[in-house]
Design a protein around this ligand. Structure first.
Ligand SMILES: Cc1ncc(COP(=O)(O)O)c(C=O)c1O
Length: 376
């Protein structure tokens, strides 16, 4: 699925020099290295500020809290995402309200969000779209809806560093945005870390407070925050990688096009003339600059195909097999099977294929040949 050693080999000397710089400084948490990372990451996202923290999960929590989410509020989000999207809402004291997804992109469907907001009179405090697999959600429609209902948007941009919508960078499209630098992400650290971006100075101040035990001054606590600071070594590694990101993202986009071409020319993809083919490609909206954190197809007989690929040494992954509204821990929210059919159908059909900037063309060909063999 992902061979991180190829990327590491290409930047090894730079990374080791950066880690040595941190060791020589003997400053390991926050400090100058993290401040520099915050400045550079904010510039990448075209925001006024970035608040570095210890995971994408915590960045979501910081964003919700700093944007004013209160206990008992409802936050509208997608049921088709990584667990942290919804768990951060619960950790902020609120209640996730799920709106179904667009079957073509698998991102939050704005029409469903609007209908849900119109149908309910619950106290709401935000909308949390996820830029799934590296494609920004429809922020034109979601921005209009958020303005109409006077709700802040907290972007879950964990999978979308360097992506954009209508020329505007992911991370700059709402009140705040959460990013993850987990080692498998397209901009990845050497451990857990994340960041919140915002152009609202008050929100940034509050997020900085909350990431460090709610203390303005050491040992004086106005509120209960979290222990969610970024390590200087992670910041140093990220600062080495950031200048390479555009090239790596372009390489992912190129590889996605190659998969599209190979799958289509093998006659595997569903088109107007070939409506019974076993594979459906996801759509990219014209406004979206997709960075393909993942390359995902919808596949007939998905689980058997995955097993077949595994036997041939081809990695694949399911993001995500169980939609959030059907997770055991969210049973108290009262959803049942059939409530969000597009998310449930996606959970049964999606399959992510190997995707990283250094993936070779003959490796991609081998993946598609194996898929073709399974369906032949
Ligand atoms: C959509 C989404 N949201 C949130 C997260 C949480 O990020 P982290 O693993 O850094 O806590 C992830 C990554 O795993 C993610 O993919």
């Amino acid at each position: 699925m992902l061979d991180l050693s190829r990327q590491y080999a290409s930047i090894r000397n730079e990374v080791l020099a950066a880690v040595e710089r941190v060791c020589d400084s003997q400053s390991y948490i926050l400090g100058a290295e993290v401040t520099s990372l915050e400045r550079e990451f904010a510039a990448l996202c075209t925001t006024a500020d970035a608040v570095a923290c210890n995971s994408g999960t915590d960045a979501l929590w910081l964003g919700l809290n700093a944007a004013g989410t209160k206990s008992g509020d409802a936050v509208v989000t997608t049921p088709f995402s990584f667990f942290a999207t919804a768990s951060s809402i619960v950790r902020a004291g609120a209640r996730p309200v799920f709106a179904d997804i667009d079957p073509e992109t698998l991102n939050l469907d704005p029409a469903r969000v609007e209908a849900g907001l119109k149908a309910s009179s619950a106290r709401r405090s935000g909308i949390m779209p996820v830029h799934l697999y590296g494609q920004v959600a429809d922020m034109t429609a979601l921005g209009r809806i958020a303005a109409e209902f006077k709700l802040p948007i907290i972007e879950d941009a964990a999978q979308a560093v360097g992506a954009s919508w209508d020329g505007k960078a992911a991370g700059s499209l709402g009140a705040a945005a959460a990013f993850s630098f987990y080692p498998t992400k397209n901009l990845s650290a050497f451990g857990d870390s994340g960041a919140l971006t915002t152009s609202d100075p008050d929100l940034a101040v509050r997020a900085r407070l909350l990431r460090n035990h709610g203390a303005k001054q050491r040992y004086y606590h106005d509120e209960i925050g979290a222990c969610s600071r970024m390590d200087a070594i992670q910041a140093a590694v990220l600062r080495v990688k950031m200048p390479h990101l555009r090239r790596w993202n372009d390489a992912r986009r190129e590889r996605a096009q190659i998969y599209d071409r190979l799958l289509t020319s093998a006659g595997l993809t569903r088109t107007g003339a070939n409506s019974s083919a076993p594979v459906t490609l996801l759509k990219t909206r014209p406004e979206a600059h997709h960075i393909y954190h993942q390359y995902v197809i919808r596949a007939r007989n998905r689980d058997k195909l995955r097993e077949f690929l595994r036997e041939r040494g081809v990695g694949s992954e399911i993001y995500y097999p169980v939609p959030l509204h059907l997770q055991k821990c969210f049973a108290y929210l009262g959803y049942s099977e059939g409530d969000l059919p597009e998310a449930e159908r996606a959970g049964a059909e999606v399959l992510a294929l190997p995707m990283f900037a250094e993936l070779e063309q003959d490796e991609q060909r081998a993946v598609v040949d194996a898929i073709a063999e399974f369906y032949s």
